[in-house]
Structures are given as structure tokens and as C-alpha cells.
Design a binder for this molecule. Structure first.
Ligand code: SAH
Length: 199
């Protein structure tokens, strides 16, 4: 927590959400010793769980409150969705890998996080059934913002995502919807696994 404060995480609700989410439950048993180290960790299917500082930074930038409906693309371990679920009214999260999706669902049940709905599918299409969303977070890198996500974002809504090419440094970006205008603000340089569109 001291490290997160040093990294500029000042929102006490975000710090509390992170504190109440046991990161060791979201990593493989052989990574338990590393669960609280401030770096990314491998999860199944060649994917990664983000560094705590990045999770905190993205969560803070999203400015979520308990009236918000949130969409996350890239469930992965489920850790980011679990953190968001402490702050939001409801979280929808989408993952394209069945193994990751199922493991994350078990963790949400174990932790009794009943306000998370997890879906298996292509998140670049968003999740139209529950749209519009007050907040959207994409936890995989993409060069272009998928059009469906802009459509499913409520006016005055916010979207946080890493923009840039796979394998290169990407720009963590906040997109604020002002009517039909989408204002982009770059925040930090990051490196994420790619968003893979299609089945
Ligand atoms: N938020 C996760 C980390 C995500 S890593 C956590 O807290 O652990 C990025 C994830 O995005 C990976 O699990 C990857 O499989 C998933 N992904 C990539 N492209 C996707 C797509 N089109 N739709 C849904 N999930 C996708």
C-alpha cells in the first residue's frame, strides 16, 4: 500500500478495494510467494496478471462509483474485475479463453463477488446485452479502439485502455465521452498482451 501511495494512488476507495482483494487467490500456487511483488505475473494460456501499480492506476483513472455499470475486456485471472466489483454496482467481464474464464468464475464464487457477471467471448464486440456502460476498461493492448466499445459507452462515460502495437510500449489512455466527442488523454507508458479480435 505504501508503494501504491508513492506511485500516486491517492483515492482511498481504490486503495481499500485493492487491500480487500487477496491477490494470491488469483495467481497459480507456484506464484504465491510472488503474489504481492510489484510486477506482472504469468497466468494460464500465456497471459499475465498486471502489476499492482498498473491495476491501481487504471482503477483510479476509471473513477468508478457504486452507481456504475462497468464492462471489463480481458478477465484473465479475474483480479482486476474483483477490484472493480468492490467499487461498482455491477461488473461485466469478458474473456476469450475458456480455461481462464472458468477459473475466474470459481474465484468470484469463492470470494462471493455476486455483482460480477463473467462472459466467454470476443470482447472487441463489447457486450451489447447490458449496454450502455458508465465505465469500460480494456486490459489488453489494441492499436485502434474497437468501435463497439465506443457505441456501448454512455455519454459522459469513461474508457481506460492501453493503445498501441503488440510487443511495443503502449500508451495507457483515458477516453472521456463528451456527447459524440471522444477526448483522449494519455496517462502512462505500459506493456500489455494484445487484444485478439475474432473467435
Ligand atoms: N485483467 C486481467 C489481466 C488481463 S491479460 C487480470 O486482472 O488478470 C489480458 C486478457 O485479455 C487475457 O486473458 C486475454 O486472453 C484476454 N483477451 C485478449 N483478447 C481478447 C478478446 N478479444 N476478448 C476477450 N478477452 C481477450
Amino acid at each position: 500500500m505504501m508503494q501504491l501511495r508513492r506511485d500516486g494512488i491517492t483515492d482511498t476507495r481504490v486503495l481499500a478495494a485493492i487491500e480487500s482483494t487477496p491477490r494470491e487467490l488469483f495467481v497459480a500456487p507456484n506464484q504465491h510467494a510472488n503474489a504481492y511483488a510489484n510486477h506482472a505475473l504469468p497466468i494460464a494460456c500465456n497471459q499475465t496478471i498486471s502489476q499492482p501499480t498498473i491495476v491501481a492506476m487504471m482503477t483510479q483513472a476509471l473513477q468508478v462509483n457504486d452507481r456504475h455499470l462497468v464492462l471489463e475486456i480481458g478477465t484473465g485471472s479475474g483480479y482486476q474485475a474483483a477490484v472493480l466489483s468492490r467499487l461498482a454496482r455491477r461488473v461485466h467481464t469478458i474473456e476469450r479463453h475458456k480455461t481462464l474464464h472458468e477459473t475466474a468464475c470459481h474465484r468470484f464464487e469463492q470470494l462471493m463477488l455476486r455483482n460480477i457477471t463473467a462472459h466467454l467471448g470476443d470482447g472487441s464486440e463489447g457486450w451489447a446485452h447490458a449496454a450502455p456502460y458508465d465505465r469500460i476498461m480494456v486490459t489488453a493492448a489494441t492499436e485502434e479502439i474497437p468501435a463497439a466499445l465506443l457505441t456501448q459507452l454512455r455519454p459522459e462515460g469513461r474508457l481506460v485502455l492501453p493503445l498501441g502495437r503488440d510487443g511495443e510500449v503502449q500508451q495507457l489512455t483515458v477516453v472521456h465521452r463528451e456527447g459524440e466527442t471522444f477526448v483522449r488523454t494519455p496517462m502512462a507508458r505500459v506493456q500489455f498482451v494484445p487484444l485478439i479480435a475474432g473467435a
